[in-house]
Design a protein around this ligand. Structure first.
Ligand SMILES: [Zn+2]
Length: 342
């Protein structure tokens, strides 16, 4: 068995409300797309039910006071903010999303499968230690990393986040941690929520050089992303030699996404995954976990997930003919020149 898809029907019960872009139909479209592509349970793909994360798992990342706050807000149905409403089942479903992430990590690191995609809601990368926001309650990516570090004694984990919004929560949580190399490709923070993720945010203390931001100008698409993967991602992972890759996979950098001004094609998600999986084969026997973050056009979302799952099963996607490095790549090389050879 090569691939696990972690999924529960319960993830459809998370409903932020009428007109909210982070809606249950997102996961329905993904499952339909995978079924149509015969990628939903096959010889090499198994679908696995998650268990909820425990409070102890969540508290590896979040302050206990914040965890209690989310529980209390859930009981009272009182929102975190206007973007991030809270209902009776929010606490329970946020635990189940983080638990799905943990399940994916355990299956990959125990060798049961080579790679896994946690198809979870609610998403997580905007949640910091003591605060939720941007549709996120608990940081699923951070929970999986802290749990796996302890259970499998990991020392080097590479997180790549290609959601079009900067993963400010993930950055904050690992900002001083040299065991986690966090690289985010996102739309220029001057033009999009949450307004962080500039090239000079490179980590602090022992973590200096382990936080890498690639802010893409609006209008950037396949050729700019391919250049960033070739010029930044590949040399970084060659030098860091990760024991596990975790991908915060949003699909809102797609040209058809209603929330952003980036221009990725649907095929791009296939070759982006190829880049990561190739490095994972080179350094850690292919161990890769993908986690669902954002993505609000249903066709782009389901097409993107289908292409990633195809790549996880071994399919190769052609790169754009010509790659054009955006100016920001030179800024990053300069900002990290004391730490990495890029
Ligand atoms: Zn996003």
């Amino acid at each position: 068995m090569t691939t696990a898809l972690i999924y529960s029907e319960k993830y459809l019960k998370h409903n932020p409300g009428r007109g909210h872009p982070e809606r249950p139909e997102r996961l329905r479209a993904i499952v339909d797309g995978l079924k149509q592509g015969k990628l939903w349970a096959s010889q090499n793909i198994q679908v696995v039910d998650p268990k909820p994360a425990t409070r102890a798992d969540i508290e590896l990342v979040h302050d206990p006071e914040y965890v209690s706050l989310v529980e209390k807000l859930s009981a009272a149905e009182s929102p975190i903010n206007g973007d991030t409403p809270v209902h009776k089942n929010t606490f329970e479903l946020a635990l189940l999303a983080a638990g799905g992430a943990i399940k994916a990590g355990r299956m990959v690191l125990s060798g049961e499968v080579q790679n896994a995609f946690a198809l979870v809601r609610p998403p997580g990368h905007h949640a910091s230690r003591a605060r939720g926001g941007g549709f996120c309650y608990f940081n699923n990516v951070a929970v999986i990393i802290e749990r796996m570090k302890r259970d499998f004694k990991l020392k080097r984990i590479f997180v790549i986040d290609w959601d079009s919004h900067h993963g400010n929560g993930t950055q904050e949580i690992f900002y001083e941690d040299p065991t986690v190399l966090y690289m985010s490709l996102h739309q220029d923070p001057f033009t999009l929520y949450p307004g962080t993720g500039f090239t000079n945010e490179i980590g602090r203390g022992e973590g200096e050089g382990y936080n890498v931001n690639v802010p893409m100008p609006p209008g950037s698409g396949d050729s700019e992303y391919a250049a960033a993967m070739q010029e930044i991602f590949e040399p970084l992972s060659d030098q860091f030699k990760p024991e596990l890759f975790v991908v915060s996979s949003g699909f809102d950098a797609h040209a058809d996404d209603p929330l952003t001004q980036l221009q990725l094609s649907t095929i791009a998600y296939g070759w982006l995954a190829n880049f990561v999986l190739k490095q994972a084969r080179q350094w850690c026997g292919g161990k890769t976990v993908f986690l669902l973050e954002g993505g609000y056009n249903l066709d782009a979302l389901s097409g993107g997930v289908v292409n990633i799952v195809k790549a996880m099963s071994g399919e190769e996607f052609p790169l754009p003919a010509k790659t054009r490095p955006p100016k920001v790549i030179y800024e990053i090389k300069l900002a990290l020149s004391g730490k990495w050879k890029l």
